[in-house]
Every structure is written in C-alpha cells, then in structure tokens.
Design a protein around this ligand. Structure first.
Ligand code: 13P
Length: 249
C-alpha cells in the first residue's frame, strides 16, 4: 500500500493559543472548498474552545482535544474525560504529545493507559512519539520511538482508530524541521514495528510527521512514501495551514 492509499491526514494542534476573535479567523480560512478532499483534516483547539469550534466547523473537519484522562468521571481536578468530549461532539484526542510528556511529566505507561481508555470509549486517537535532541545525538532515536510506540501498541486493539504522530522534540517550534530523509527513515522503522504486529496494521496505519512543518517544506515531506500527513503547530494558526492540508495536490 503506498502512502497515497492511506488517506492523507493533517492535524492542526493549536496548543494553548487563540481567543474567540482569532479562532473566528481560523474558521474563516478553513472553508471546506479550500481543502483537498484527499486529506482528512482535524483541528485541536484548547479545551475551553472545543465546543465552540465543533459547532462552527462543518462536520467534514474533525475536532480533537489536546488531552484527556483515563477515567469516565470523578475526583480528577483539571481533567476531562473521553465521555465528556464525545458528549460535545468531539471524537478525536491527541495523546502523548511531547509537551505533555516533557512539561507535565506524562510517562510512557500513562500515555499508553490513556490511549487504551480513550479508544475503549470510542474516541479516535492521534498518538504522539518522538525523541529528544540528546537522544538523537546519542544514536538512540529508533530505540526511543520503538519504546514509546510499544507502550501505546500494548493498549490498542483497533488500529483503524489510531494515527501515529512522529514528532522529534528538537524540531517542535524550533524552525528546525527534520529533513524528508530523516523523517522517512524513522517513519519506515515505525512502520516496520507496526508490521510486526500484523502486515495489515503496518500497511494501513497512518504515520504523520510533526515539527516545524510549514507551507514551504510540506510538499517535500509529503512526497516521502511513509509520511502520511502532518501534525502542525504554529502554522496551523495561519492560512498556511490550507497549503499544508493540500500538500499532496
Ligand atoms: P510546530 O509545528 O509549531 O513545530 O509544532 C509541532 C507540534 O508540536 C504539533 O503537535
């Protein structure tokens, strides 16, 4: 199966950015007629804007939370549950983002548990992995992402609800993108790991790249055979996001 047989997937991770006025601006440029039918598009606003964005965007565009907890409800101050997200029409969640791992101390184990719980409640998951600069420099990239992927895979039974996002930490928000070849090398090794679960899972699971993707570099990254789309941070707040969604046209 070639990259193009897996539907191209572009996520916009707004992180902790935006207000009602700027979000209205994003909704304006995210008109479905601007976006290729060959791309699946999901945007991820901050929690407090999820319902607003879900109500404003057409159903052809997915909406993702940036996190959720591994319980239905209860005494977990500051958290949201997958059931609450589904209740407001939000069916996607980003889990294991490097900022959750590195700023908020989420372990591989917790990320895996959250992925398993969210899937069990019918959510679809963008599961993030990626190595630190020090790990890359120590030649540990493949081992690190394999370890992170295993902690996730141990909790997944239905891979059709999972998109794997490879985001090298040193490329996030730094303007330092992985070269297409660097990204392709890791994506190919991740696909090999997925193929060892089953050849179908390897062939069908989308592996997207994140880290300083912009309107200028998206086409050369999209041309790589194992890069099935992007998870975009900063550029997803700007009309450049439309160019990135349409990178394979
Ligand atoms: P940037 O595109 O701003 O580098 O962020 C990438 C990212 O972390 C997306 O989840």
């Amino acid at each position: 199966m070639s990259a193009r047989e897996r539907k191209f997937f572009v996520g916009g991770n707004w992180k902790m950015n935006g207000d009602t006025a700027s979000i209205n601006g994003i909704i304006e440029f995210m008109k479905p007629e601007n976006l290729s039918d060959d791309s699946e598009v999901v945007v991820s606003p901050p929690t407090c804007y999820l319902q607003y964005v879900r109500q404003k965007l057409p159903v052809s565009i997915g909406v993702a939370a940036q996190n959720c907890y591994k319980a239905e409800k209860g005494a977990f101050t500051g958290e949201v549950s997958p059931l609450m997200l589904k209740d407001i029409g939000v069916n996607w969640v980003i889990l294991g983002h490097s900022e959750r791992r590195n700023i908020f101390g989420e372990s591989d184990e917790l990320v895996g548990e959250k992925v398993g719980f969210a899937l069990s409640k019918g959510m679809r998951v963008i599961a993030c992995i990626g190595e630190l600069l020090s790990e890359r420099e120590a030649g540990k990239t493949e081992a690190v992402v394999a370890r992170q992927l295993k902690a996730i895979a141990d909790n997944v039974s239905n891979w059709s609800d999972v998109v794997v996002a490879y985001e090298p930490v040193w490329a996030i928000g730094t303007g330092k993108t992985a070269t297409p070849e660097q990204a392709q090398e890791v994506h190919a090794s991740l696909r090999k790991t997925l193929s060892s679960i089953s050849s179908q899972i390897g062939a069908q699971t989308r592996i997207i790249y994140g880290g300083s993707v912009n309107a200028g570099n998206c086409r050369s990254l999209a041309a790589m055979s194992d890069i099935d789309g992007f998870l975009v941070g900063g550029a997803s707040l700007k009309p450049d996001f439309v160019t990135i969604v349409n990178a394979q046209d």
